[in-house]
Design a binder for this molecule. Structure first.
Ligand code: FES
Ligand SMILES: [Fe+2]
Length: 390
């Protein structure tokens, strides 16, 4: 783990988080009543799954106050390399500067607010805004302003791109809008140890490809579906052929910052969609609050890793970066991905159906089975806890 602190030439008062306008939200959170409902095994109100005011509050209080997975170190391995991303709706550019430093900069021009970098990724010597050609260094400092010398008292030293915090874990790059966030290690908790114990050596994993997706549902419904396997015997016959999804064999665990599933391969696998035997004997599936998915299927070393973003009250976008052990062959990868895609397609169908039902207004809230869905309850407590924070 390496921590990259904001460079000293950007005073704290000029950091991104300090400048977010305080949105005025209606009294959307009746926290006491919601908490009591969760105690009874009920869900958060379903109005929260279609309400733009709730989505705005979630962006502000959850996503802008958490570490977000944004991409990989191989995308910014060389000086000059950059990629763009968003954190809580704020455009960010991650750069590798000349001196090897990793920077996360708010990709909003300090002149009139254009997005300085418009490409997804690439290599540049500097960050020149396409609107009036203000030019920033790869570390965000303002280097050149055409006609700036014709202005009296024009001080460029305070007009660098705002900085966010950036940190890495293995090949993964994370960004937090706060200049002094709680350490990334705190959010990851025992996740690195769990992956290592499950046969995943990050040093030996190679990036294979990224898959983007869009789901027509609120982001919480997508997360909640991910958090339980009560639906597996019913909705995922292929998965249930591989893993023992019975309640006594399939483990669901709530940790301080994430929830975990462990699924053991059946003693006598039914006809499996891909060769499940190998050094990775268990499936492990983690959801780090608020929305980072970490998946390992049994078999050869494999890992998929990616965030879920609210793209509106009733739309979710996300992606998964797939990694495989450096000696895993393409035929195995292809077979495993076909299996994985099938499970993913089944989940999308479930989630979009839940959105149509839950958002219809026909029923106020759901009733959980706390023996099989306590992970959902824990997630909803996390959401409620953040929304009630001022
Ligand atoms: S908005 Fe970027 S230079 Fe004018
Ligand atoms: Fe599922």
């Amino acid at each position: 783990m390496t921590t990259h602190h904001p460079a000293p030439h950007h005073p704290a008062a000029h950091h991104a988080a300090a400048h977010h306008p305080r949105a005025h939200h209606p009294a959307v959170v009746d926290a006491e009543a919601c908490s009591a409902a969760l105690d009874r095994g009920e869900t958060l109100p379903w109005t929260w799954y279609a309400d733009p005011a709730i989505t705005a509050l979630e962006q502000e209080r959850i996503f802008r106050r958490s570490w977000s997975y944004v991409g990989r170190t191989d995308q910014v391995a060389q000086p000059g390399q950059f990629f763009t991303c968003e954190v809580g709706g704020v455009p960010i550019v991650v750069t590798r500067d000349r001196s090897g430093g990793l920077n996360a900069l708010v990709n909003v021009c300090r002149h009139r607010g254009a997005q300085v970098v418009r490409e997804d990724c690439g290599t540049r010597k500097s960050l020149q805004c396409f609107y009036h050609a203000w030019t920033y260094g790869l570390d965000g400092s303002l280097r050149g302003v055409p006609r700036g010398d014709r202005e009296a008292d024009f001080d460029t030293s305070q007009l660098g791109l705002r900085r966010a915090s950036v940190d890495t874990w293995g090949p993964f790059v994370f960004v937090h809008l706060d200049p002094e966030p709680a350490p990334l290690t705190e959010m990851l908790g025992e996740l690195p140890e769990l992956l290592a114990a499950g046969g995943i050596d990050l040093e030996r994993m190679r990036f294979h490809h990224r898959v983007y997706y869009t789901i027509e549902a609120n982001w919480k419904i997508a997360v909640e579906n991910y958090l339980e396997c009560y639906h597996c015997p019913v909705a995922h016959p292929g998965l249930a052929d591989v893993l023992d999804v019975s309640p006594d064999a399939y483990e669901l665990e709530v940790r301080p910052t994430f929830a975990t599933h462990h699924g053991v391969v059946r003693d006598i696998p039914r006809e499996a969609g891909y060769p499940v035997q190998g050094p990775v004997v268990e499936g492990q599936y983690h959801l780090v609050w608020p929305s980072l998915k970490v998946n390992v299927n049994p078999g050869q070393p494999n890992l998929s890793f990616g965030p879920v973003h609210p793209a509106g009250p009733e739309r979710t976008t996300g992606y998964l970066d797939y990694f495989f052990g450096d000696d895993v062959d393409e035929a195995w990868i292809k077979a495993m991905l076909a299996f994985d895609d099938q499970v993913g397609a089944e989940d999308t169908d479930l989630v979009e159906s839940v959105q149509r039902g839950a958002s219809s207004g026909g029923v106020e809230r759901g009733r959980l089975l706390l023996g099989s869905e306590h992970t959902i309850s824990a997630f909803q407590r996390f959401v409620l806890g953040r929304l009630r924070e001022d």
